[in-house]
Write a protein that binds this ligand. Structure first.
Ligand code: HEC
Ligand code: HEC
Length: 315
């Protein structure tokens, strides 16, 4: 028994260390960009620059950027904190096939939106920041990078494009249990994301961003972000977390999503303007107004099926 516990402790200690080495080794393969050297900023919107922006968002576009004009994100997440391996990992939140999905109709804005709009959506919500102007080099670079992934995907062998993920999240038919979610968090997440959801900084220099990103608090995604919806977060967490060992059950993923999204995070203004046609609002959108009689708590934590049935009965 004692020996078993010792091994568990060792595993918990070693895993982040191995991951840390992997992350550091990974960055060594790419050209190192000196964030203090503004003359180095590319003047062309190359896909290569776009990839750097998506991978090193915190240092290139974050609140500590030495050039104030380049401070676009309001937190120190990287796009790749959610779009793993700069969006090149097939499966959940992959960007490999995104180019072919745009332009398309978006319920949140109730109009057709293109790739630039979509990136600006994540800038203002997931990154808690401000949008790029339509003619910005950075925006075009990220768009060009994402467009280039389409060709990369077509060239990939099936063994690579087949997502190595657990079975897709199946939504439990009950209200999510925040207390149970806390226990899941303490057992499976806290070691990397911290007891207060604060994450772990990459170095002592805050501008380098995080090795393990925060999951709540002021340096996290805001309340208008997709990840702040319990079902979106549960799908991601079931497929991806704990990083490299996604082993949670549907119930655990559901409850831990509710737990992290019950915590404080930056507040986005003007959310009441989202979804001009309220009947298109996702059932798990955690902020009002709604076109149905269900309380906000049920939109945040479920059960969601009765809300869906209400809208289906209208048609
Ligand atoms: C906190 C997690 C998070 C971060 C950080 C994040 N995103 Fe996203 N992104 C999402 C989620 C979740 C979606 C899916 C949309 C939804 O369900 O609302 C998404 C969707 C997208 C899409 C559309 C993908 C598709 O195929 O439809 C693009 C493009 C995108 N993000 C780009 C970016 C870029 C560029 C950044 C950095 C500037 C970024 N994202 C940062 C969570 C994140
Ligand atoms: C071994 C360390 C580790 C563990 C354990 C872990 N994560 Fe993560 N998590 C990461 C890393 C690293 C990322 C960013 C992905 C990247 O950089 O490749 C991340 C990203 C995330 C994100 C999206 C980015 C953000 O900060 O919002 C969420 C949400 C998340 N994890 C939730 C969880 C939950 C819930 C658990 C427990 C079930 C968990 N993680 C366990 C390392 C870990």
């Amino acid at each position: 028994m004692a020996e078993h516990q010792e091994n568990e402790g060792l595993k918990i200690f070693v895993l982040p260390v191995i991951l840390g080495i992997a992350v550091i080794a990974g960055t060594a393969f790419f050209p190192v960009f000196d964030k203090d050297d503004e003359v180095d900023l590319p003047l062309a919107a190359t896909a290569e620059y776009g990839q750097r922006l998506i991978r090193d968002t915190a240092s290139l576009l974050g609140p500590d950027q030495s050039n104030p004009a380049m401070r676009y994100s309001g937190n120190r997440l990287d796009c790749s904190s959610c779009h793993l391996e700069s969006g090149t990992m097939p499966g959940t939140l992959s960007l490999l096939q995104s180019a072919s999905r745009y332009p398309r109709f978006m319920g949140r804005e109730n109009e057709e939106r293109d790739m630039k709009d979509r990136i600006n959506g994540c800038m203002q919500r997931s990154m808690n920041g401000r949008p790029f102007s339509r003619d910005s080099i950075e925006l075009a670079a990220m768009e060009n990078y994402i467009l280039s992934l389409g060709a990369q995907y077509s060239a990939m062998s099936e063994s690579k494009t087949m997502a190595h993920e657990p079975a897709a999240f199946v939504e439990p038919q009950r209200r999510a249990d925040i207390e149970a979610g806390q226990i899941v968090y303490e057992q499976h997440c806290q070691i990397c994301h911290g007891a207060n959801g604060e994450g772990l900084k990459e170095t002592t220099d805050v501008s380098d961003g995080y090795l393990f990103p925060p999951v709540w608090g002021e340096d996290s995604y805001n309340n208008g972000a997709g990840m702040n919806r319990v079902l979106t977060a549960a799908r991601f967490i079931k497929a991806r977390m704990p990083l490299g060992a996604a082993i949670l059950t549907d119930d655990e993923a559901y409850d831990v999503s509710a737990y992290i999204n019950s915590k404080p995070r930056p507040v986005k203004s003007n959310l009441e303007a989202d979804y001009p046609n309220l009947t298109l609002k996702p059932v798990d959108s955690p902020y009002p107004p709604y076109a149905d009689p269900f309380p906000q708590d049920q939109h945040k934590y479920g059960p969601f099926e009765p809300i869906r049935e209400f809208y289906e009965s209208l048609n």
